[in-house]
Design a binder for this molecule. Structure first.
Ligand code: S5P
Length: 449
């Protein structure tokens, strides 16, 4: 018992569990966040942990060990070194070239493979991992898991006939941390209340656009335009000449809420272009949205925003910025509306659950931010803009990942979708914009009920 407590307290000092408010990938707000990756920073703890995990199973039938990336990889490696059982490596993504295998290492059909995982919540992702390993011809009977978040995962796997061995439950962890005064009574109560609730998805109820409590004038304006036009479409005009841009804006202007630009890709950018864009935007009733993705300290961002070739401050209605430099860095854009990038659509982006939670906290604190770009449901006081939308394609060769309009409006409860190549690369961009407008608005209306 003492050894377990000692282990846990030392692991806690490494920062494996954090308390606060975190939005998980599922959209659920959690009062704590577990990340076992720092364990590898203490070789001694990693070794102790790995031996404890090995003791949970009958080693005699095991022929291979495989860790679920990434947190469990060092654990699985250490278990292999300590036990002499060979290690195989599971890829997180198929690399798309070469052997296209999901597992690397030497193994053959029918071998029994022990899976190692850091944390189990609902068990959904672990079921997917088991499937992938079994598809390669291996047999999975046992799994070892460091921490059970007690959200139904164990039951899910047991129902499927797997033996699942866990080292700690989250309730046990909380009790030990309380016993050693790492948590106070109020914190324990909050966490225990959360844990005793039946595992549930966040409220899937969408607030209709007209009832959104958005204070920023640009946000209000977006909503008004959307309702007038029955459109939740932001077109990303990633074309490289003024002529193409003007033609596109004229053609699709009355179907969109905003035209999103990357001004620095336009080869012949000029003030005539700006004047013309502003005229079209006024006539066709849409906003100009510069996707500059500022990511610097406030002072530099202010210079980039107000000076230089583009002088965005003089003509754009809204801009994107990363929250990476903290909430004060957003002040420099006032009165232009800020869209904070809290999660990116591309494969392998660094914007994991922890980043998204912190980024959302920063976005919510700034009066200049009225919307965020993300691939998940966000708190209701922010508008959600979701890029990576395409009706026909699943992705491109450079990491972009697409969803359909239906998915983003029904699952993420997105307020506005951002569509680039689906429109400007279409044979008939005007018809494509109309198709996206219709599909987007229908998906939004369907998600109201
Ligand atoms: O996470 C993101 C954030 C943005 S703003 N993923 C994105 O794709 N974007 C932008 O949306 C990107 O810079 C591009 O302008 C647009 C998507 O274009 P598409 O051609 O892939 O639809």
């Amino acid at each position: 018992m003492q050894a377990r407590e000692d282990f846990l307290l030392k692991a806690y000092e490494l920062g494996i569990i954090k308390f606060g408010s975190f939005t998980l990938k599922s959209g659920i707000e959690s009062p704590f966040y577990v990340d076992l990756r720092p364990l590898a920073s203490s070789p001694q703890l990693l070794k102790t942990l790995s031996n404890n995990l090995l003791q949970l199973v009958d080693n005699s039938k095991l022929e291979l060990i495989c860790g679920v990336p990434y947190a469990a990889l060092p654990m699985a490696t250490t278990m292999s070194l300590e036990s002499g059982i060979p290690l195989i490596i599971k890829r997180k993504e198929n690399k798309g070239y070469g052997t296209k295998r999901m597992l690397e290492g030497v193994f053959h059909d029918g071998q029994n493979c022990l899976l190692v995982e850091d944390v189990i919540t609902s068990g959904k992702s672990l079921v997917e991992t088991i499937d992938e390993v079994e598809k390669e011809g291996l047999v999975v009977t046992d799994l070892v898991v460091v921490l059970d978040r007690e959200q139904g995962g164990i039951q899910r796997l047991e129902e499927k006939g797997y033996n699942i061995h866990t080292l700690f439950t989250i309730n046990e962890v909380i009790d030990i941390l309380f016993k050693y005064k790492r948590l106070d009574e109020g914190e324990v109560k909050k966490i225990k209340d959360f844990l005793s609730m039946p595992p549930q998805a966040p409220s899937r109820k969408r607030t209709p656009l007209q009832d959104k409590e958005v204070q920023h004038p640009v946000g209000k304006n977006m909503i008004d335009i959307a309702l007038r036009k029955k459109s939740n479409l932001i077109a990303s005009a990633d074309v490289v000449s003024s002529l193409e841009l003007i033609n596109l804006a004229k053609g699709i202007g009355d179907k969109i809420v905003a035209l999103k630009l990357h001004s620095d890709i336009i080869t012949d950018f000029s003030w005539d272009l700006v004047t013309e864009l502003r005229t079209i935007a006024r006539e066709k009733d849409f906003l100009l949205f510069e996707d500059r993705k500022f990511a610097d300290i406030g002072n530099t961002q202010e210079l980039q925003f107000k000076q230089g070739v583009y002088r965005f401050a003089d003509w754009v209605d809204m801009v994107t910025a990363h929250p990476i430099a903290g909430e004060k860095s957003f002040d420099v854009f006032e009165p232009t509306g800020v869209v904070a990038i809290v999660e990116m659509s591309s494969a392998g982006a660094l914007t994991d659950d922890y980043y998204v939670s912190k980024a959302l906290n920063i976005a919510q604190k700034s009066a200049d931010v009225f919307a965020v770009v993300a691939q998940r449901q966000v708190p209701d006081d922010l508008l959600l803009l979701t890029p990576g939308v395409n009706i026909d394609k699943k992705g491109d060769s450079k990491g972009q990942q697409y969803n359909t309009p239906k998915k983003v409006f029904s699952e993420y409860l997105t307020d506005f979708m951002i569509v680039g190549r689906g429109i400007y690369k279409a044979n008939d961009p005007v018809a494509a914009a109309e198709e996206y407008r219709q599909q987007g608005w229908k998906a939004y209306e369907d998600s109201l009920s």
